[in-house]
Design a protein around this ligand. Structure first.
Ligand code: FEO
Length: 171
């Protein structure tokens, strides 16, 4: 059984993951409007990954006999100045999420909730990958200067991203 403090923290993280999904979908819509369908595709997959992260937490709370509480999701930003500004936002956001996960791990340790500590290790590893991929795309988009053929080529590259996860369904 989950302790109430842990349940509250996990529900907050569920909300943060759903907000991330919403934010990246908003970025996807921004790119659609700009005619950058490859960038839009990359962001849509990113949004699906965040939904998957949220559902992992949802399922874990249920599995531990806790109560999932859906909270309001904050409205995300809807406009950016340039594609580079979008990826700067992604990179900063992922660093913030890493901080949230680290805090969650600290709470699990303090509560001596070893099962949750173990569960959260997947997220610790995932955040390393999330920050690395955001940093890589940010660096590439900065090199382009946002113009011409290079932008077209990066759009094509990002458009080839494959989904890592299938849609989360409970087994
Ligand atoms: Fe769920 Fe991008 O962290």
């Amino acid at each position: 059984m989950l302790k109430i403090e842990m349940e509250t923290e996990l529900n907050d993280q569920l909300n943060a993951e759903l907000y991330s999904s919403y934010l990246y979908l908003s970025m996807s819509a921004y790119f659609e409007e700009k005619g950058l369908s490859g960038f839009a595709h990359w962001m849509r997959i990113q949004s699906q990954e965040e939904l998957h992260h949220g559902m992992k937490i949802y399922d874990y709370i249920v599995e531990r006999g806790g109560k999932v509480t859906m909270k309001p999701i904050e409205g995300p930003q809807v406009e950016w100045d340039t594609p580079v500004a979008v990826f700067e936002n992604v990179y900063l956001h992922e660093q913030k999420v890493t901080g949230l996960i680290n805090n969650l791990v600290d709470v699990a340790f303090e509560l001596r909730d070893h099962a949750t500590s173990n569960f959260l290790q997947w997220f610790v590893t995932e955040q390393v990958e999330e920050e690395a991929s955001a940093s890589e795309v940010l660096a590439k988009s900065k090199m382009l200067g946002g113009e011409g053929n290079a932008l077209f080529l990066l759009d094509k590259e990002l458009g080839a991203r494959l989904p890592v996860f299938s849609f989360p369904v409970k087994n």
